[in-house]
Design a binder for this molecule. Structure first.
Ligand SMILES: Cc1ncc(COP(=O)(O)O)c(C=O)c1O
Length: 420
């Protein structure tokens, strides 16, 4: 009799993702235990220091004293979990209202809504906004939390080829105009590091009556002169129908948000399952996020530094012959075949005391892997040089890591392009 848990026993034996030969190494690298203070760049570890290159603490705010102070004051007075309860019941406090006002102001929208984490913002917004009669057209590489939200919505999902606006338009033309439709993209693609062609996407959406929803988890704080994200960078802020974001990257706390017209945000407040049926963002996190948002808005020097570090690192890696695909942001994917990245990650850590995470399926297409390297504003030039010198060493000792960037979908690799 088949058991629904059979897949769990099969999982350990299957060689689809990691070959038998590589399994032990993969287990050493993936889910490797991190020390508590892992934001870095230099991290104290039980057996000495290491250099961190894999967190999304882009502006280096994770250990900022202002964030610690804001959170600690709340924890000392009210504990870790205040306020108890879900937002619609007992969980909404003045700090949430303040944070929502600040985020709306930052994103130049009428209103915003704060969720207890980023993935909940993406899932909740899509689940609430699309229904069984609607069409959701998504970039092939859209983040898994968006794909998840689209699936929960019950809407008809179609994927267009990554950043291919012509393909998007062809899909919109094939489907009846009478069907309400939304187009969903990331601002910055979290594994590839490239950005969405938002101006062209706005043109096509406006032409075909589709709403454009952008998850700018990685652009917020980093892209645009004032850190308002890719939409600011490309001059299209007021043409995006709904901005989604997370507090867990440049903002260096945890949580997520949706920002847009008041009518949409008011609706999400009552329709997004991920705000209705879960505990509110803790007050200590809301207080720290208010501080980090204030810092992010002023962080022109930190933004400059992260982009300088990005240029130094990516130029250096390309000169060494590594394949970085089309990245346009600090996200630096070193592409590898099979489990190459696992071996690179292990060698970097064991031989050079550098942490750069290996990313495997399902975050990247099956049969490929990437070493995901992320410079932050806190890295010194000497840190980048240390990494480059280690990568040079790796190239010499373990040849054959660099390969072509993947051309298959990242977030839903085994999904059919169309779902009924
Ligand atoms: C593009 C994108 N969207 C959403 C999320 C989810 O955000 P969080 O980790 O804050 O839940 C992530 C994080 O990995 C992401 O990269």
């Amino acid at each position: 009799m088949p058991d629904i848990f059979d897949k769990c026993t099969r999982f350990d034996r299957q060689s689809r993702i990691v070959s038998d030969r590589d399994r032990a190494t993969a287990y050493q690298v993936v889910y490797r235990k991190s020390p508590l203070n892992n934001a870095g760049p230099w991290v104290e570890h039980e057996d000495g220091q290491f250099l961190q290159f894999s967190t999304n603490d882009y502006l280096g705010l994770a250990s900022h004293p202002a964030l610690k102070k804001a959170a600690t004051e709340i924890v000392e007075k009210y504990g870790v979990s205040a306020p108890m309860g879900a937002r619609p019941l007992t969980g909404t406090i003045e700090l949430h209202n303040e944070l929502e006002k600040e985020i709306a102001d930052f994103k130049r929208t009428e209103k915003s809504l704060v969720f207890s984490n980023g993935a909940f913002a993406m899932m909740g917004a899509l689940a609430a906004l699309a229904g069984p009669r609607d069409l959701v057209v998504m970039d092939r590489y859209a983040h898994a939390s968006l794909v998840c939200g689209a699936k929960i919505s019950g809407g008809r999902i179609r994927f267009f080829q990554h950043n291919d606006v012509e393909h998007l338009e062809a899909i919109l033309l094939e489907t009846p105009r009478s069907q309400p439709r939304m187009v969903v993209v990331d601002g910055v693609y979290s594994m590839q590091g490239d950005i969405a062609p938002l101006a062209d996407l706005c043109d096509v959406c406006e032409k075909h009556g589709a709403r454009l929803i952008v998850d700018d988890a990685h652009g917020t704080g980093v892209c645009g002169e004032n850190g308002r994200g890719v939409a600011e960078m490309l001059g299209v802020e007021d043409r995006i129908d709904l901005h989604l974001g997370t507090c867990s990257k440049a903002l260096a706390t945890t949580g997520g948000f949706a920002a847009g017209d008041a009518v949409v945000i008011n609706y999400l407040k009552y329709a997004a399952p991920t705000i209705l049926f879960t505990k509110a963002m803790p007050a200590c996190v809301a207080a720290a996020t208010l501080e980090s948002l204030r810092l992010v808005r002023q962080a022109h020097d930190r933004r400059k530094k992260v982009w300088e570090n990005r240029a130094l690192l990516q130029d250096g890696l390309r000169q060494l012959g590594y394949e970085l695909g089309n990245t346009q942001t600090p996200i630096t994917p070193v592409h590898g075949n099979g489990t190459d990245a696992v071996h690179m990650s292990r060698a970097l850590f064991q031989e050079h005391r550098i942490w750069a995470s290996a990313v495997l399926y399902p975050a990247v297409p099956i049969g490929t892997s990437i070493l995901r390297v992320i410079p932050t504003a806190n890295h010194q030039t000497s840190d980048i040089q240390k990494l480059l010198s280690a990568m040079k060493d790796l190239k010499r000792l373990h040849s054959g890591q660099a390969s072509q960037p993947p051309d298959a979908p990242a977030s839903a690799p085994d999904e059919p392009a169309d779902e009924p």
